[in-house]
Ligand binder design. Structure first.
Ligand code: GAR
Length: 213
């Protein structure tokens, strides 16, 4: 039995693709049960369909408020027997009711080393702050935006000639490794939440392997 994932997207879906690719390995302990997009034109939907995955669109504009929108997503995830929800470039703030209902079964990837630079315009702000290192974070979701117990992070250098786009691209390659690795750790039952942080049973050396996280 593999852990059934629900992946929520809004656009390009390259992190979704990384999860699709990971799930194709025979020994990967998770599978994608449903891809949900809030936009019908999200390129990630094509990736999901190409991979033969079940997709559904829940357009936020069809709902009077954020709670009703989140309730519909919740219904579709439950209908698909989803066990872990992965936000992958899902660009809507999700109602607290949903975050509470899926507490400890809802994770997100963010393109900075949280708690630095939560929110939007992440790379612009990292460059403006003159940081020398940035990266990505996979974390459990809590109601405050881009907060919650950190599962994995991966760092990249910030180079003198970086623009927001070059920095984003360097971080994105790390995101594509980190997200499947974090899901694997959870699916293998190696991630325990301890208050505001997680403790990882790293018997297999994922955290110390040269190319990982
Ligand atoms: C990724 O860089 C992801 O970290 C970011 O959006 C991009 C989605 O790309 N997410 C956030 O900023 C959420 N706070 P993708 O659609 O190609 O996976």
């Amino acid at each position: 039995m593999t852990l059934r994932l629900g992946v929520l997207i809004s656009g390009r879906g390259s992190n979704l693709q990384a999860l699709i690719d990971a799930c194709e390995a025979p020994d990967y302990p998770a599978s994608i049960a449903l891809v949900v997009s809030n936009r019908s034109d999200a390129a990630g939907l094509d990736r999901a369909e190409q991979a033969g995955l079940k997709t559904t669109v829940v357009d936020h504009r069809d709902f009077g408020d954020a709670q009703a929108f989140a309730r519909e997503i919740d219904t579709r995830l439950r209908e698909a027997n989803v066990q872990l929800v992965c936000l992958a470039g899902f660009m809507r703030i999700i109602a607290n009711e949903f975050v509470d209902a899926w507490a400890d079964r809802l994770i997100n990837i963010h393109p900075s080393l949280l708690p630095a630079f939560p929110g939007l315009k992440v790379h612009e702000r990292a460059l403006a702050a003159g940081v020398r290192i940035s990266g990505c974070t996979v974390h459990f979701v809590r109601p405050e935006v881009d907060s919650g117990p950190i599962i994995l992070q991966s760092a990249v250098p910030v180079l003198p000639k970086d623009t927001p786009d070059t920095l984003a691209a360097r971080i994105l390659t790390k995101e594509h490794q980190c997200y499947p690795n974090a899901v694997r750790l959870i699916a293998e039952g190696r991630v325990k939440i301890d208050g505001d942080r997680t403790v990882i049973d790293d018997e297999k050396g994922y955290l110390t392997a040269a190319d990982c996280p």
